[in-house]
Ligand binder design. Structure first.
Ligand code: FMN
Length: 366
């Protein structure tokens, strides 16, 4: 990694330790995953999208998405909606909840979101975008940012216009997921458009789309000149990717992530999930993570099938421990992880404080 690529980002009164960011992923980037990613060197994590109407009129479930853990600061809260007043009220609530910055979702392609005039459909109404941003700016003192796509479709590639509005409205940066709404997640993200945006506005541009390895992170910086990168799907099952990117310096040989570390991360994630969501929900919510974490391990399909049979933490934990014992000693590459890292061992999880806290340990409650 070129040392110049990874650097702190100064945003108004906020200094980000580095310019590597975790993308908002609905149903995935809850505070547990964010805390884990943070431990592996991510400079800024984002909450999943929070529906602004849901916050004002909905229940506890939506409100809990705004929970922030002390370990994950700084965190960006992402809000979706179309009504300037509602969005600004919720932005102010997020600021009070401890958000370091606010992000407005202008990129979600999902029908149920765009039908309610939120997400990517906002890009079709530049005047409304301006009103939303100016209204929110009046209600918060932390940085405001937007996340956009290239536009609605090939006929409406209006990301430069929306980004210029954001700049004029005092936004701190623009995140560009380089696909149109019509593309959804298909095809390849068009990084050349990120480079063009970089040449169009003066505020920082954060490049997003298809970064899954250290190599692709480097290429994103090199090909676009972006000021920071945001990683979504690439972090699933490999939250250590941020650490690897920071340490990446070929041709220097660094050690591979080994199964005991992966086991520790999985067990800790499970314990945190049960602590936050209770049993059996906390175990069930981990199933998708188990699938991602096991990607590339020997006997991973058997692992996935079997781990889905359990509802209690203790059974799940015992199974995971015995599974990892059974592959102990085998050497393997973790798919997608590119095996490059000077990884810290992270927290010592086996029999650790997180899983069995002792009275005098200050373990945050999730
Ligand atoms: C399951 C899933 C959930 C997502 N949820 C959100 C969201 O809540 N807010 C948002 O702005 N983008 C969301 N995205 C888009 C991602 O933030 C990101 O822009 C996209 O996945 C491209 O980046 P990647 O290739 O690094 O994953 C979601 C994507 C996926 C796959």
């Amino acid at each position: 990694m070129n040392a110049a690529d990874i650097h702190p980002l100064h945003l108004e009164h906020l200094k980000l330790e580095n310019n590597l960011m975790l993308a908002p992923l609905a149903g995935i980037t809850d505070l547990l995953f964010r805390v884990i990613v943070k431990r592996y060197g991510c400079g800024l994590v984002f909450s999943e999208m929070i529906n602004s109407n849901g916050v004002l009129h909905g229940g506890l479930k939506v409100l809990r998405k705004m929970d922030i853990h002390p370990e994950e600061h700084p965190v960006g809260i992402q809000i979706a909606g179309d009504d300037p007043k509602t969005l600004s009220q919720v932005a102010s609530m997020a600021q009070d909840a401890g958000a370091a910055l606010i992000n407005i979702n202008m990129g979600c392609p999902a029908k149920k979101v765009t039908k309610s005039k939120a997400g990517c459909i906002l890009m079709r109404d530049p005047k409304l975008v301006e009103t939303i941003l100016l209204t929110i700016q009046k209600s918060i003192s932390i940085p405001l940012t937007i996340k956009i796509r290239l536009g609605w479709d090939e006929q409406e590639l209006n990301y430069p216009e929306i980004a210029k509005i954001a700049e004029a409205c005092g936004c701190a940066f623009v995140i560009l997921h380089a696909r149109t709404r019509t593309q959804a997640f298909k095809g390849q993200a068009r990084w050349e458009e990120i480079r063009k945006l970089k040449e169009t506005i003066k505020i920082p541009v954060i490049g997003n789309g298809d970064i899954t390895t250290c190599e692709s992170a480097v290429r994103m910086f090199q090909e676009t000149g972006c000021d920071g990168i945001m990683i979504g799907r690439g972090a699933l099952g490999q939250p250590w990717l941020f650490q690897e990117i920071k340490a990446y310096a070929p041709p220097k040989q660094t050690r591979r992530i080994r199964w005991p570390e992966i086991k520790n991360i999985i067990l800790e994630h499970l314990a945190l999930s049960v602590e936050r969501y209770g049993e059996p929900l906390g175990v069930k919510l981990m199933r998708k993570h188990f699938a991602w974490y096991s990607h590339g391990l020997p006997k991973s399909s058997a692992f996935r099938y079997q781990v889905h049979q359990f509802e209690r933490e203790i059974d799940t934990r015992q199974f995971i421990e015995s599974f990892f014992d059974s592959i102990s000693g085998k050497d393997f590459d973790v798919a997608g992880a590119q095996t490059i890292c000077d990884l810290p061992l992270g927290r010592q999880v086996q029999g650790s404080a997180i899983i069995a806290p002792s009275a005098n340990q200050n373990i945050p409650t999730f």
